[in-house]
Write a protein that binds this ligand. Structure first.
Ligand code: MSP
Length: 646
């Protein structure tokens, strides 16, 4: 038996200096889609992600929270792992740089390079800002002062270890020039070539000013510089020190997927470390673009940080994955907006894909008693559809192999459109009325079911949960994990005689209704009469279960701006901060509050309420208030932004 080809893909390991945002989720989703595709294509895949837990910044964060660094990172990293699970990330391992297995690797690498003479002890000179505990270069200063706090900096010199990057610059340049695919996209490659040509300084790889890091072997007052520690993560879980067979199978990595700002570390420093270790270089470093929000880089101070957990609560993981992979062209920056996300969900998922599945299953249920019959003779139009299916699979494979994810998705959706059109062209409901057309009807319905089977496999890398839901609704047997790309290359592999499963809606449409200006977007206390009926559990049937209640996500938010909605006397437009993310909502409280008195109030909001368009403004949530008679007061709380109310 020939061994399966291997494929090793990595994401950067994320800093636990804060919770992850949608930009981090974007990066990991790309890698996940690529890994899932390769598994589908029959590769032996190893997909790695993890956390980069050392360094001064983490040590300071922990001190701020009055916990030890390990207590601090344990908590944040548990959140990373939970997010990846919720997002359907299929990583084969999760590396934490604080694990013992990693510490061993880093120290061993340090020892080997030191023994070779490519690490030496020298003096690090820099400009130090004591209050900020930060080192700066001359160029980074603002008017000669610390760029963060504006205070004076001092020149300091400390003993440090250096790595002779300069020894490897020529070899690296030759490698980049001889391997056009090594750094992608090409714009990043050109940047790196220019950078190297300016000359590489030796790299300082140890610090003595803090101690949250891996000690330098034999000189423990030094800790190893965080990038030297972080980059070597890629070697740890694939058996660098303890499993030569595994290491031989997966190294060199096929793709290090990284954000554009860290391509430099991966395509210059990392290859030089590998050359010093006499290890082969990774096949590719791919620098993806940044996800921006409202045209701006996400940042806490701008309040435009989007929390992926809230989005998953609201729209489900597959919809978010679809949006990120479809909307943003790999390598370029792309904009995230809730409105664009909702438009995609409605148009592509609920409409195009949902309707195709729904119409097909409905007709098989109605016209064939729920059993997919064998196709009758092929008609001209059927041959055209089958040809389109084969071509789509072939082109999809080519694009996915080249990591052209967005074009591949668009191609699949073009085929979904083609299949929907096939229904309109063949009008199966008319064929069903004529017994003489039974064979023709069988061809149409078989073609549709088979197209959906093929579509489900092609979308599996992007929307794994949806793919297997379609699979089981088609009545396919076996586990979706065993399905391979080869199973969809020939149109007609769907076996006839299969009973379809229970039809379920894949993506409910997100209605953004035009609500009347009299809408009541604040929750009011129920009239006493109704409440009594609920307590008795009689008449109104108004009881909710705990599960029902827990589907409502309530958070503490702060009102940032408030203004009247023109032409109304009840409505205010508010911007609220959810602890990083900002939302716009419309609230019917203008008769109870002057807008300026609301700014700065910390209140409770339903964050997963269906968006509603009110007077042309899309309202993304609802703040809570208590009311009696004509009086109304918002529920104000004294808790940090983003806190859950339960
Ligand atoms: N710990 C280092 C990586 C070490 S890899 C050996 C690091 N961590 S990070 O948490 O700051 O960033 C991790 C990745 O997230 C980077 O690739 C970065 O580009 C990516 N992103 C951070 N913000 C992003 C967006 N807004 N959009 C897309 N990716 C973004 O750097």
């Amino acid at each position: 038996m020939t061994e399966r080809k291997s494929f090793y893909i990595t994401t950067p390991i994320y800093y636990p200096s804060a919770k992850l945002h949608i930009g981090h989720a974007y990066c990991t989703t790309i890698a996940d889609a690529a890994a899932r595709f390769k598994r589908l294509a029959g590769y032996d895949v190893f997909f790695l992600t993890g956390s980069d837990e050392h360094g001064q910044k983490i040590q300071l964060k922990a001190a701020e929270e009055k916990v030890t660094p390990i207590q601090y990172v344990d908590r944040i990293v548990a959140g990373f792992q939970q997010l990846w699970q919720r997002l359907g990330i299929s990583n084969d391992d999760f590396i934490r740089t604080t694990e013992e297995r990693h510490q061993k690797v880093v120290q061993e690498i340090f020892r080997r390079i030191y023994a070779k003479g490519d690490i030496y002890k020298g003096e690090y000179r820099g400009l130090y800002c004591t209050p900020c505990e930060s080192y700066w270069t001359e160029r980074q200063l603002k008017d000669g002062m610390c760029p963060d706090c504006g205070r004076p900096v001092q020149e300091v010199a400390e003993e440090a270890y250096f790595f002779k990057l300069s020894n490897y610059a020529d070899r690296l340049l030759a490698h980049i020039e001889a391997n056009p695919d090594f750094i992608q996209p090409v714009s990043r490659r050109n940047e790196m070539i220019n950078f190297i040509k300016q000359g590489l300084d030796d790299l300082c790889i140890s610090r003595t000013s803090f101690d949250w890091g891996i000690p330098v072997p034999g000189d423990e007052k030094h800790v190893i510089y965080v990038w030297f520690d972080a980059l070597t993560n890629y070697l740890t879980p694939i058996g660098f020190l303890d499993d030569a067979t595994k290491f031989g199978r997966y190294w060199p990595a096929d793709v290090h997927l990284v954000g554009k700002e860290i391509v430099r570390f991966h395509s210059i420093i990392w290859p030089c470390i590998l050359m010093a270790l006499d290890l082969p270089l990774p096949r590719k470093v791919y620098g993806h673009g940044w996800l921006i929000v409202g045209g701006d880089k996400m940042s806490k101070s701008k309040g435009n940080v989007v929390d992926p957990n809230l989005l998953i609560d609201e729209f489900g993981a597959d919809a978010i994955r679809y949006f990120l992979l479809r909307e943003i062209v790999l390598g370029q920056d792309g904009n995230f907006s809730r409105d664009a996300l909702i438009t995609r969900i409605n148009a592509d998922l609920a409409n195009d894909l949902g309707n195709l599945l729904h119409r097909t299953l409905n007709m098989i249920g109605k016209f064939q008693a729920g059993v997919v019959e064998a196709a009758g003779p092929a008609t001209e139009i059927s041959v055209a559809l089958r040809t389109a299916a084969r071509e789509t699979v072939a082109e999809y494979e080519r694009e996915m192999e080249a990591m052209e994810l967005s074009p591949a998705i668009k191609r699949v959706w073009a085929f979904i459109g083609r299949a929907n059109k096939y229904i309109d062209e063949t009008a199966p409901w008319a064929l069903a009325k004529d017994p003489a057309k039974k064979a023709e009807l069988a061809t149409v319905l078989y073609d549709l079911a088979e197209s959906l089977r093929i579509i489900s496999v092609m979308i599996a890398p992007f929307m794994p949960a949806t793919a297997s839901r379609i699979w089981s609704q088609l009545g396919q047997k076996g586990s979706f994990d065993d399905v391979r790309l080869n199973d969809i290359k020939d149109f007609g592999a769907l076996s006839a005689g299969q009973t379809i499963g229970r039809a379920e809606q894949l993506f409910p449409r997100i209605e953004i209704e035009e609500e009347a200006a009299t809408a009541k977007p604040v929750m009011k206390e129920k009239p006493a009469k109704e409440t009594k009926a609920e307590v008795k559990g009689s008449a109104g049937g108004g009881e909710v279960t705990f599960e029902d209640f827990s589907r409502i996500h309530l958070r503490v938010v702060k009102i940032l701006t408030a203004e009247h909605v023109p032409g109304t006397d009840r409505l205010l437009k508010l911007t609220v901060d959810l602890g990083g993310e900002q939302r716009e909502i419309v609230s019917g409280i203008a008769q109870h509050y002057e807008p300026e008195t609301l700014v700065g109030k910390t209140v409770v909001m339903v964050v997963n309420l269906k968006p509603a368009k009110i007077r042309g403004i899309v309202s993304h949530g609802m703040i809570l208030a208590a009311s009696q008679g004509d009086g109304l007061r918002l529920l104000e709380v004294d808790m940090p932004l983003g806190s859950q109310v339960k």
